[in-house]
Design a protein around this ligand. Structure first.
Ligand SMILES: [Fe+2]
Length: 501
């Protein structure tokens, strides 16, 4: 797409500038292919010399160079492409970008011989600088978006954003302050102009020099007061209001606190009319003032952060709802079979412990924890008289009990997040020698999660007290496991159990 745009711009340029044939061929090739910014730089020097009296041509050239710079970045060399692009865009720096002797540049085209002092060239420089900032803004948003991940903690995302932003904005301190998500007085608190960091802030993330929260609060409040004063004066003078979007961004320079001067930008982090927090940039005394360029950059990134925060909070709510669903299922089972109340939670705890020793990663640990909690959920479908029978079961009753892994499988299989635990739920009563149920799987054919669950399940069943019997002593339980190692249970799982006790 970029090369197409480059061709289109080149067509306009050609009619505007009437370039020499040789240069036309060289430049058109470079722009169309867009693979060499250094090549573009060579031709751009010629163009600068050629279009010296044509401001429209200068604008077109700057735009074309910007598109080609984008193309270079899209080709897979973001930082190198970016730096080269800026070097190319900034006409004053053209000579410093041309270091390849193989290009055999005609010295007559060199920009260093021409002093950039005319109003037109200054205009071109300003335009290219503005394009550079816009390009920087787009690059920052793109890199930030690539790193957004709902699985990451908000604090991690904020630190990433501040780090990326610090590469674009020269600030002494950058801060992201997030308001509490579950504030009962949320609307009132968010609507307030005065910012109370110690009351409403849930999180405060800093990058750069450390600053006390009280000092940060003073600077933010002072910045907003200054903005309100200036805004009020403008409204009186102009008898008109600024648009609501721009009025929420605060740029305040020369704020004096304890003899020190501060420059600050405060940008709200918003989404759907709701303020989620604010982004703050601070420069201390003897540093440049902030301007709209930095504010625009912060506004763009704060918008992206606002979208992410809303998505993150919805994701967290869904996660809570999911966990609540699991707990409801477990509670239903505990209510049905009071004898084994708490069994599922204990099995899950021991299974996670064993799995951790066996080298499970974090995601797998979460999976087996869920499987442990829900492994006996199929018992909901077993008759109460069988499930609650205190004495020994008849063969017929035992056959009824044996269907609970399949029932659990059938109950959970229709819910997508539970699909990953289905093998463990279905096969947690399989035996290593193939004598288990429901499918008589043998050895490594038994899913690994089910192997771990089988050990944890049996250990808890043997050691826990029931109303009709006491749990076995641990020594006897371990002796049973030693005898069943490699016949009923997986040997390495039993070994880890032995090491735990
Ligand atoms: Fe079971």
């Amino acid at each position: 797409m970029i090369s197409g745009l480059a061709k289109a711009w080149w067509g306009i340029l050609h009619s505007q500038l009437r370039l020499e044939a040789t240069a036309t061929k060289n430049f058109a090739t470079t722009a169309a292919i867009g693979t060499s910014l250094q090549g573009l730089a060579i031709d751009s020097r010629f163009l600068v010399r050629t279009i010296g009296t044509n401001s429209l041509g200068a604008v077109l050239f700057s735009t074309l160079a910007f598109f080609c710079a984008c193309y270079q970045v899209d080709s897979g060399k973001p930082h190198a492409g970016r730096l080269t692009a800026f070097g190319t865009l900034r006409l004053m720096q053209l000579d410093t970008t041309l270091t390849n002797p193989a290009m055999n540049v005609d010295p007559a085209y060199s920009c260093s011989n021409a002093s950039v002092t005319s109003p037109l060239e200054q205009e071109v420089d300003c335009l290219t600088e503005a394009l550079s900032f816009k390009y920087e803004e787009l690059s920052l948003i793109r890199e930030f978006c690539q790193r957004l991940d709902l699985g990451k903690k908000t604090s991690t995302i904020c630190r990433l954003l501040l780090s990326e932003l610090h590469g674009c904005i020269q600030a002494t301190t950058l801060a992201i302050e997030l308001d509490a998500a579950d504030d009962g007085d949320r609307d009132d608190a968010y609507g307030a102009e005065a910012i109370e960091l110690d009351q409403g802030a849930a999180e405060l993330h800093l990058h750069g020099d450390e600053i006390e929260a009280s000092r940060l609060r003073w600077i933010v409040d002072a910045a907003i007061r200054q903005r309100n004063r200036v805004q009020g004066i403008r409204e009186q003078e102009d008898c008109k209001h600024e648009d609501s979007q721009s009025s929420t961004i605060t740029i305040a320079n020369h704020l004096c606190l304890d003899g020190e001067l501060y420059n600050a930008i405060v940008v709200p982090i918003e989404r759907g009319g709701q303020t989620l927090g604010r982004m703050i940039a601070i420069r201390w005394q003897n540093e440049d003032e902030f301007g709209t360029t930095e504010a625009d950059l912060m506004r763009s990134t704060s918008m992206m952060l606002g979208i992410h925060l809303v998505n993150q909070r919805q994701y967290d709510e869904m996660q809570l709802m999911f966990e609540g669903t699991i707990q409801s299922l477990v509670s239903a089972l505990d209510a049905k079979d009071a004898y084994t109340c708490g069994h599922s939670s204990r099995v899950a705890e021991l299974a996670v412990r064993l799995a951790g020793r066996l080298g499970y990663d974090e995601e797998s640990l979460q999976r087996i924890q869920m499987a442990g909690v829900l492994h006996d959920i199929g018992k909901i479908g077993v008759e109460d008289s069988v499930l609650r029978k205190p004495g020994k079961l008849t063969d017929d009753e035992f056959e009824q009990i044996k269907i609970h892994p399949v029932l659990g499988f059938e109950i959970l299989k229709g819910i997508r997040p539970f699909r990953k635990i289905l093998p463990a739920v279905r096969h947690h009563h399989e035996s290593w020698d193939g004598s288990g149920y429901p499918d008589g799987l043998k050895g490594d054919a038994i899913p690994r999660d089910a192997q771990v669950l089988a050990v944890a399940d049996a250990f808890d069943a043997m050691t826990s007290n029931r109303p009709y019997r006491d749990g076995m002593p641990i020594e006897r339980v371990l002796k049973i496991f030693a005898e069943g190692r490699g016949t009923q249970w997986a040997s390495d799982v039993v070994d880890e159990l032995m090491l735990c006790y």
